[in-house]
Design a protein around this ligand. Structure first.
Ligand code: SF4
Length: 372
């Protein structure tokens, strides 16, 4: 089986496909290792993260597409506009799975498109599509419109929102449309925006075979057994609360990042805890990617009050970013903030902790009303 890298040049509107040598796959284990290798190979040390020389590299790993449990992760690899150094960020969803079905372990995007563009990748075919009408749209709407434009009912999608277009250094890259899966950290969305690239649609129809299919089934059976026995308690808690299960214990241990880390305990933690949320915690979670035996993602909607109608997928990162870090004890407000970040295409962690930092600066007189 060939391991292929799709190389796309936005400046020249060209693409080519190269084979990734087996020794590279073996040496740099998984999508993260492969991405770091490719970034090192392609991006010169002094490259401007928002300039033509930077690359945005999507990588999958050997498990993606094979049916292995929990193989939903995909990586982006680039030079970060936030830190100026190597960035890798991951998202769950169907992107890596579909990349493998299209025949690729990696998709490397370089250059800058002359005008707003989105990429339509169908197996080994690549089209450069006009995205002028999509520029300015929120992340999920943009992905939906790309699918409509291509008359596709379903495919893997990636998109940025206005934050990425405006080169916000912590703009994120979103995937899987209204599920708002996200490559959160480090400004990958701004790198995409700097390339005049609004998003990508990927579809593929090849069957991805594991090297040893019987062994893979055996491993999956063992994982399923463990989730019913030794890890039953963890599995039940994860399906019910996923990353939001530990607020109380973290508070007790003094590890809850509160008011820009001024303290590790938050007196208002119950206002943003899953068990006390006034909207009620949805009973059933959903899988955000293929082959997940513990589906725990869930969207929570505010039913009444000043934030009525706000909805977002509540994760621990958003709860501490906009909750404890900012001293906010209302789940409804956290949900509304999460929705704004999802739609504009911003990383909720960085947005929340930056606001928490600014709040402390304000309290200490380092910034004033005119700065806000
Ligand atoms: S639902 Fe949760 S456990 Fe399942 S793939 Fe998504 S993030 Fe992972």
């Amino acid at each position: 089986m060939k391991r292929l890298l799709l190389r796309i040049d936005l400046s020249n509107r060209t693409h080519d496909i190269e084979e990734i040598p087996n020794e590279i796959i073996k040496k740099y284990v998984g999508g993260r290792g492969l991405g770091a290798y490719l970034l090192y190979r392609f991006v010169p040390p002094k490259a401007n993260p928002l300039g033509e020389e930077n690359h945005l590299i999507f990588t999958a790993g050997p498990a993606n597409g094979t049916g292995m449990y929990y193989s939903s992760k995909v990586n982006i690899n680039t030079k970060s506009p936030l830190t100026g150094i190597y960035l890798y960020a991951i998202s769950s969803g169907i992107v890596a799975h579909t990349m493998r079905q299209a025949g690729f372990w990696a998709i490397d995007v370089r250059g800058i498109a002359e005008s707003p563009t989105y990429l339509a990748i169908d197996n080994h075919q690549v089209q450069f599509k006009d995205a002028s009408a999509l520029w300015g749209l929120e992340t999920a709407e943009a992905q939906k419109r790309m699918l409509e434009d291509l008359s596709l009912a379903k495919a893997a999608t990636v998109g940025i929102g206005p934050a990425g277009e405006h080169l916000n250094p912590y703009a994120a890259l979103f995937t899987d449309g209204a599920l708002y899966r996200c490559f959160g950290r480090g400004g990958g969305g701004a790198v995409m925006g700097s390339k005049n690239l609004k998003g990508m649609v990927i579809s593929g129809d090849s069957h991805v075979k594991a090297v040893d299919e019987e062994k893979l089934k055996e491993v999956n059976r063992e994982v399923a057994r463990l989730l019913k026995t030794e890890f039953k308690g963890w599995a039940e808690s994860w399906r019910r609360y996923e990353t939001c299960s530990d607020l109380e214990s973290m508070n007790e241990l003094g590890m809850l990042p509160t008011r820009n880390w001024q303290t590790g305990q938050f007196e208002g933690w119950q206002g943003i805890d899953k068990s006390t949320t006034p909207m009620g915690w949805p009973e059933k979670g959903r899988a955000c990617g293929p082959y997940c035996p513990t589906p725990g993602c869930r969207e929570v909607e505010v039913k009444d009050g000043p934030y009525q109608g706000a909805h977002s997928d509540i994760e621990w990162e958003t709860v501490y970013g906009f909750g404890t870090s900012c001293g906010v004890d209302k789940m409804e407000a956290v949900i509304a903030a999460g929705q704004i970040c999802d739609e504009y295409g911003v990383d909720t962690i960085t947005a929340g902790v930056t606001i928490g930092f600014a709040m402390e600066c304000f309290e200490k007189g380092l910034i004033h009303e005119k700065d806000t």
